[in-house]
Write a protein that binds this ligand. Structure first.
Ligand code: DLL
Length: 434
């Protein structure tokens, strides 16, 4: 049997001691935050006396921090240490406006590596594993974040980064890769290329994939697991809270443990900001209570999820969050109906004839919104019988209609017709004029 815990004492700490630890770390983080230009002003403006924060609930007295606050304090308005204490920076993959920069001290980097090792061990990974990291190395946190954790654990790490699919496959074969870290969209492309090269994915040494950095449905997870014959574990994180390692599934695969000695978790109503009880769905708000260089208090992630209130059979006492449903800002409105891309993905990935790539295109024709769904077929299911294809199109359209109450136009495509994703996939293309 492999190792079960990386840090058993902390991972299984009783709730009362865990909350006590959180409060101590919160107080230290608030003191550190008050040294930064940004939070000094926030605390002054709101008249909050940080010494009066004597319970976790008191945290609600403090205002939320947004991505825009990070942008406005670019580059270093939230830094709590001397420049010479900082050893690394990453930046978020923001598509609009200025990117947000995150700084780390040496201790922050070490703590992060430790946290990632904890995540990997929770899925049964050991120093015997060969870990191929197919996430971008660079300003993005996915590459270096998992890299240091896997080294800390003692795996053989292959820093292959994204893209260059033939090379990835060769590395997997030559070095007997057992664990990969990959976006779900790229893993669906990779498996197609593996098959195109007459390799049976089940013959590879691969045992697990860590999939994350973008929303995906349970149906997509199952699809990845079936196509490779492996276990796929959901991995969630965001640069503002270090990067990957914030929240990870254990072998139970029933939600992601969020490491509460590093983060205080709240779920709020995204419209009112009110904190919701455990179990209710809303926007995830995180406070980093274990970072020297850049403490961030009550950060609005924009990600929608809920806290799973029950305890996990694995023995870890840190609570779990449910798979991210989407971002408050990736919801689109079509003909007045609110739709999350994940709802459509879920429908598509449950249809066996549907292949590994799809795209949602929003158009406006004669002042009416049109939902257009382009779907690649799974080659083995594709026989070219027109009647059958029309029936399939109608089935998919009907399933989508009953889920999102909008009538879509479905277009079936041959595998490989849509642009493949090597990192975070672009799923929605909105051609409507504002
Ligand atoms: O994507 C960090 C990461 C790298 C996580 C590798 C997991 C694996 P950012 O580029 O700052 O950081 O993007 C963070 O991506 O707020 C979510 O909206 C989304 N996201 C990340 N992981 C998941 C996931 C990295 N497992 C943003 N499920 C987050 C759904 C995810 N969405």
């Amino acid at each position: 049997m492999g190792i079960m815990f990386w840090n058993e004492e902390i991972e299984t700490l009783d709730r009362k001691s865990l909350e006590k630890l959180q409060l101590e770390k919160l107080q230290a983080s608030l003191t550190a935050a008050s040294q930064t230009p940004f939070y000094r002003k926030v605390f002054e403006d709101t008249g909050v006396d940080i010494d009066s924060i004597r319970s976790i609930e008191h945290l609600q007295d403090l205002p939320l921090t947004t991505k825009n606050d990070l942008r406005l304090s670019y580059p270093d308005g939230m830094v709590a240490v001397d420049r010479k204490e900082i050893v690394r920076m990453h930046a978020s993959s923001g598509t609009t406006g200025k990117s947000t920069v995150i700084f780390y001290s040496r201790r922050d980097i070490e703590d992060w590596a430790d946290l990632v090792a904890r995540c990997m061990v929770a899925t049964g990974t050991t120093p015997d594993d060969v870990f191929q990291n197919m996430m971008g190395y660079g300003l993005f946190t996915g590459g270096l974040g998992l890299h240091y954790g896997a080294e800390r654990l003692g795996c053989l790490v292959i820093p292959s980064s994204t893209g260059n699919t033939m090379k990835q496959i060769q590395l997997m074969q030559d070095f007997g890769t057992t664990v990969v870290h990959i976006t779900p969209s790229y893993s669906l492309h990779l498996v197609e290329v593996i098959r195109e090269n007459d390799i049976d994915p089940h013959d590879l040494s691969l045992k697990k994939a860590y999939i994350g950095a973008e929303p995906h449905s349970e149906a997509t997870r199952k699809k990845i697991e079936d196509q490779y014959g492996i276990d796929a574990y959901n991995s969630y994180g965001l640069s503002e809270m270090n990067g990957p390692g914030v929240s990870f599934e254990c072998t139970e695969k029933q939600g992601m443990h969020i490491w509460e000695d590093f983060y205080i978790v709240e779920v709020i109503d995204p419209h009112t900001g009110e904190v919701l009880p455990d179990g209710d769905e809303g926007e995830l708000v995180l406070t980093h209570i274990n970072r020297e260089a850049m403490p961030i208090i009550r950060y609005r992630t924009r990600d929608l999820t809920r806290i799973i209130p029950d305890s996990c059979p694995c023995g870890r006492t840190h609570r779990r969050i449910e798979r991210i449903k989407g971002r408050t800002d990736d919801m689109f409105i079509i003909s007045g109906v609110n739709v999350f891309p994940s709802q459509i993905e879920s429908v598509l990935m449950n249809v066996p004839e549907v292949g590994n790539n799809y795209q949602i295109v929003l158009d406006r024709e004669e002042n009416l919104d049109r939902l257009h769904i382009k779907v690649e077929l799974y080659s083995k299911m594709f026989h070219g019988d027109l009647k059958e294809l029309n029936r399939l199109k109608e089935t998919i359209a009907e399933k989508i209609r009953s889920t999102v109450i909008v009538n879509p136009r479905v277009e079936l495509l041959e595998p490989g017709s849509l642009p493949p994703s090597t990192g975070k996939a672009v799923r929605v293309i909105d051609n409507r004029e504002l």
